[in-house]
Write a new protein. Structure first.
Length: 160
């Protein structure tokens, strides 16, 4: 059995009016730091939070499939509390009381499949904390994702 414990810090952000979003993740494996990031158009904040987690899990499963424990840190209540809502979502087949498909049903279903793995743990962290002497990876990933959104918004505005 492999003793590889992996920590992942994720964040997503979105400019709500322009629907320009970004996600980023920092994966810590041994002494290695891997940063994954991307931007999306026509998106939402919650979708970016979900994509950050899903893309980081996919990366780990592809490159480090025999890990022992995967700890995912997120400041998103929407992501971390999915575990408490998953049975209801599955029972209702991701359909609202009004008969419409839930927003992000595709990503919610994908993340729920990953949550069934026994060696994946989610940890809720406080968002936008002040920097301390201790390295705060959550602040770092937040800065990355907000910079991507800022750059994408500036690029959009310069074309108008």
């Amino acid at each position: 059995m492999n003793n590889l414990n992996i920590e992942i810090y994720t964040d997503g952000s979105c400019h709500t009016q322009l629907k320009i979003g970004a996600w980023a993740t920092i994966i810590l494996i041994d002494n290695q730091k891997i940063i994954l990031k991307d931007k999306e158009l026509e998106t939402t904040h919650n979708r970016m939070e979900l994509l950050a987690v899903i893309n980081s899990i996919k990366h780990v499963l592809k490159n480090y499939p025999d890990f022992n424990l995967l700890k995912i840190y997120s400041d998103s209540q929407y992501v971390v509390n999915l575990n408490n809502r998953k049975e209801k979502l599955l029972t209702n087949k991701f359909i609202t009381k009004k008969g419409k498909e839930l927003n992000n049903a595709d990503l919610l279903a994908e993340l729920i499949k990953f949550m069934k793995m026994p060696n994946i743990e989610f940890v809720k962290v406080k968002a936008h904390q002040k920097q301390t002497e201790i390295e705060n990876i959550n602040i770092e990933v937040d800065k990355i994702v907000r910079q991507i959104v800022r750059d994408a918004v500036n690029e959009f505005n310069s074309k108008q």
